[in-house]
Design a binder for this molecule. Sequence first.
Ligand SMILES: C[S@@+](CC[C@H](N)C(=O)[O-])C[C@H]1O[C@@H](n2cnc3c(N)ncnc32)[C@H](O)[C@@H]1O
Length: 243
Amino acid sequence: MKGFVTLIGAGPGDPGLLTVAGAAAIQKATAVVHDALVSEAILAQACPNAERYDVGKRAGQHNTSQDEINDLLIALARADQVVARLKGGDPFVFGRGGEEAEALKRAGIPFRIIPGVTSVVAVPAAAGIPITHRGLAASVGIVTAHRLDGADAPDWDALARLDTVVVLMGAERLSSIAQRLIEAGRSPQTPVACIQSGTLPQQREVIGTLADIAERTHAAELGSPLIIIVGNVVRVRELIGYG
Ligand SMILES: C[S@@+](CC[C@H](N)C(=O)[O-])C[C@H]1O[C@@H](n2cnc3c(N)ncnc32)[C@H](O)[C@@H]1O
């Protein structure tokens, strides 16, 4: 069997942040299966004859389920395709890459993982915000705003005790996230940065505090993809001349 799958982290958006190993694997692929956040400039590196499958999840359109994606990867590999499975950021950071690797392993399909530059670190960095900084932040929590309450909800009390909190997929729930962190003990004056489309030419930022970030972000009409950074590290942006 010639079929093979490479799970590739495509980075946060800027094609320059795709790894050399990732680019080489894309060029060798006969089939490319990609998420919505993978840019055209990266997809264009594939051979023109490579089949393309867009399995990205977008509001208002048919969502390809995780099971359907797993089945597609297995079927392509069984048809002797060399598959580049491209995911935004790093495949194992809120990317469901682990589930795909498990499915491939169960099906007996050979695969390899190429890590990517995760938006969790790169998007703040591109806006002048280090997620740790000597004297300001020595601990970081990373969460998605997928579920704010209930059994699967983040432990807000534990998060509030960390120096920096990075929230993914939180564009529509900013006010609730800020409220949860204030209720868990963070000062309403804690600095917050919201960065949309980080590392891309259309990158936009809104800076505020837990008390006013939702209003400011709404007024600026920021939307997805959005990263929220909570903590004193946001102040570094101005210190280094990015503010
Ligand atoms: C499903 S998660 C995937 C994360 C990805 N695996 C990673 O390591 O970056 C998608 C979320 O990542 C964040 N994100 C990814 N790329 C981004 C970018 N260029 N700018 C801002 N946020 C981004 C947003 O919160 C978005 O909703």
